[in-house]
Structure formats: structure tokens, C-alpha cells
Design a protein around this ligand. Structure first.
Ligand code: DC
Length: 193
């Protein structure tokens, strides 16, 4: 069975948790596409070459989840040749046998517009920054500034900007518990299966 769940949305909206839960529930494979851009961002050197030569070891680095890696990823992600280098791998993953969940910024708009389920998971910048701060610590005002900075870059870039895909169902997790958000996503997938 070919079945793709495309989950897009801004940083720290809950995409990762929802994606993993949906993948677990239905036995689908999961790809965190942000990790590809993070690995490119932290690899250093020419980001286009980094994207073209990405290895499994690059994706297993321990420092991919830091705020700095997120910023580096967002900066590398505006470069069209970086996005082009990562496109085929993501497309093949999306249409693999057995079902796939991909989360990122352009899954429903560019990578897999034919996805069977498209979700746009979002929350207010303040709530997202608070969640990131609980996870990573540091100065909360600085975390909020970084979240806003990344939103502006990810939504404002010319190539594959973050926006809800046509036909995407929006899940605003600002006032939801994680269990409620997961249950909503699972119900939407179940309805389409
Ligand atoms: O989801 P994340 O925070 O791990 O993503 C890190 C950055 O990578 C994000 O700010 C923009 C970029 N990205 C992208 O441009 N397209 C994707 N599909 C996933 C991430």
C-alpha cells in the first residue's frame, strides 16, 4: 500500500511528536525532513556540496537538535540547489511501500502534493518558544526571537516557502494537549485509510 501523511508547520508546533505517534499507530515509516536540513547546516563547508554528499553518519550526529543547528538549517534551506539535492530522496521515501509519514515545511506543497493526508500543525510563536525553552533551556526571550526569526525566513523564502498545502487540515496545538493533537491526527488518517 502506498499512503503518505504529509505534516507541515513551523518550528516546535508539535509536528515531530504527532508524526512519530501516527507512524507508530499505523506501522508507517517516518522521516523527519528537518533533520536533513539540520545535518546540512551543521556539516559546514559549501551547503550545496553538503546536501549532495549527506551520509547516514551526518544524520546521526548528536548536535542536530540545538537552536544553532535549527538556525543553520533554516539558512541552508533557502538555497534552491540544497533543496533540489534533497528532493528525490524525500519523494521516494514518501511513496515507499507500506506507508510513510514525513514532517517538514514543504511536504504537502512540493515533496508530495498527492499525499493522502495533509496536515498543517501550528501554534502561536509564544507557545512554541515556551515549549522549545522547556526542552532546551536558555533565555526564553532569546528562544522566542529565534523562533520568530526562523518563521520569517521559512515563510518568506522564494523556494518552497512554508504555507498550508491545498487541502491541508489545520491543527492548532496552542490550546491542545499533545494527546488531543495526536488523537485528532490519528482520526484524520483513519478516516482516509
Ligand atoms: O523542523 P526543523 O525545526 O527540524 O527544521 C529545521 C529547518 O530546516 C527549518 O527551519 C527549515 C528547514 N526545513 C525546510 O526548509 N524544509 C523542510 N521540509 C524541513 C525543514
Amino acid at each position: 500500500m502506498i499512503f503518505t501523511v504529509a505534516i507541515d508547520g513551523p518550528a516546535a508546533a508539535g509536528k515531530g511528536t504527532i508524526s512519530r505517534a501516527v507512524a507508530d499507530r499505523f506501522g508507517f515509516a517516518h522521516l523527519d525532513t528537518g533533520a536533513l536540513y539540520r545535518a546540512v547546516g551543521v556539516k559546514g563547508g559549501d551547503p550545496v556540496v553538503a546536501a549532495q554528499t549527506l551520509t547516514p553518519e551526518d544524520l546521526a550526529r548528536e548536535d542536530l537538535r540545538t537552536l544553532e543547528a535549527g538556525q543553520a538549517a533554516s539558512r541552508a534551506a533557502v538555497i534552491p540547489q540544497v533543496r533540489a539535492a534533497l528532493l528525490e530522496f524525500q519523494r521516494r521515501f514518501a511513496r515507499r511501500e507500506g506507508g510513510a509519514v514525513l514532517d517538514g515545511r514543504d511536504i504537502g506543497t512540493v515533496i508530495c502534493p498527492e499525499a493522502e493526508v495533509k496536515l498543517y500543525v501550528t501554534a502561536s510563536p509564544e507557545i512554541r518558544a515556551h515549549r522549545r525553552w522547556l526542552e532546551l533551556g536558555g533565555d526564553e526571550a532569546e528562544v522566542l526571537a529565534q523562533v520568530k526569526d526562523r518563521d520569517a525566513r521559512d515563510m518568506g523564502r522564494a523556494d518552497a516557502p512554508l504555507r498550508p498545502a491545498e487541502g491541508a487540515v489545520e491543527i492548532d496545538t496552542s490550546t491542545m494537549t499533545i494527546d488531543e493533537a495526536v488523537a485528532r491526527a490519528i482520526a484524520l488518517v483513519e478516516a482516509r485509510l
